[in-house]
Design a protein around this ligand. Structure first.
Ligand code: SF4
Ligand code: MG
Length: 314
């Protein structure tokens, strides 16, 4: 809760800190066991940084990261080891995240080799089972990542992430680089695996259509802050924040109950090094008024579980 992650900007001949990029600015959210929380925002909104702070791949500048009741915000690497195997991440680009010199078998068995005392024949057996779980074959173990399509490589990444039997997986745009037809297959696989292994997901995406089916709740992030957070049905059927409405108006609707006001965003995402005063969205908001310049809107609960940060609703 109240997570902030600021990156220093160094400048001048002495490389002094001359400012901060406020990548994540006062974000509080909880992810319930077994749920999928969708986290949506444009690139630069801070969603990947927030994900890395939650996994403690980055240390928060301020605020707390609680995992199963334990504050892990500032644990050192040695103490974090006990938590690492419970938390995994699947990245957007499996080409960049899979070492091309390792065979598929080695890739999947590596976490078992590093983090457990499982014997070599057991590791082999486990990698075969994992490959089959993700829809690949036992004899794919001997192949290398470049021999597979993008969707298959993402399946390999998922098998590797599952090797240590994690509880929490952050999916950082895992299907954004894939063709639309392949996206659905990988999303279905992830949903099946979630059910089978009781996984908890934070599912990061840059558009609301990708997370629609897989999420239980969705959070919309803008310039380091949560703009809106709601159960999926409420967010898609009754979006409140002008930014959520704008994002939704670019998603084709198949459901008549979903209200779609057409809102076009003007301008670009401002720099997180120099965010607007008051409401960070005000430079692009068609509803902006005086109060938005001076006061930061608080994230407040409008109906059960439906939170919005906007002065229009106060
Ligand atoms: Fe727009 Fe103001 Fe609401 Fe921000 S607080 S979203 S600027 S109306
Ligand atoms: Mg990202």
């Amino acid at each position: 809760s109240h997570i902030k992650k600021y990156f220093p900007i160094k400048g001048g001949i002495f490389k002094h800190t001359i400012g901060h990029v406020k990548a994540v600015d006062d974000v509080s959210l909880s992810i319930k066991k077994g749920e999928t929380l969708g986290l949506v925002g444009e690139s630069g909104s801070g969603k990947s940084t927030l994900g890395r702070v939650l996994l403690r791949l980055l240390e928060p500048t301020e605020g707390e990261v609680i995992f199963e009741g334990k504050d892990i915000s500032h644990l050192n690497n040695r103490k974090l080891r006990a938590y690492r195997k419970h938390m995994q991440i699947v990245f957007q680009d499996p080409f960049a995240s899979l070492n091309s010199k390792m065979s598929v078998g080695e890739l999947i068995e590596e976490p078992l080799l590093v983090q457990t005392s499982v014997s070599k024949p057991e590791r082999k057996q486990m990698s075969v089972e994992l490959l089959e779980k993700v829809g690949l074959r036992a004899n794919d173990r001997a192949k290398y990542p470049h021999e597979f399509s993008g969707g298959q490589r993402q399946r390999i990444s998922i098998a590797r992430a599952l090797a240590l039997n994690p509880k929490f997986i952050i999916c950082d745009e895992p299907v954004s680089a894939l063709d639309v037809s392949i996206q659905a297959q990988v999303l279905n696989l992830m949903a099946d695996l979630q059910e089978e292994y009781h996984l908890t997901y934070l599912f990061i995406a840059h558009d609301l259509s990708v997370v629609k089916h897989i999420s239980d709740r969705v959070a919309v992030m803008y310039l380091g802050r949560i703009a809106e957070l709601a159960p999926k049905e409420q967010l898609y059927q009754n979006p409140l924040h002008p930014y959520t409405k704008a994002l939704l108006s670019s998603v084709p609707s198949t459901n008549v109950r979903e209200k779609r006001e057409k809102i076009k965003l003007s301008g670009d995402l401002p720099s997180p090094a120099n965010p607007p005063s008051g409401c960070v969205f005000r430079t692009r908001c068609p509803m902006a008024h005086d109060r938005c310049i001076s006061e930061i809107p608080a994230l407040s609960e409008m109906e059960k579980g439906h939170f919005v940060a906007c002065h229009l609703y106060e």
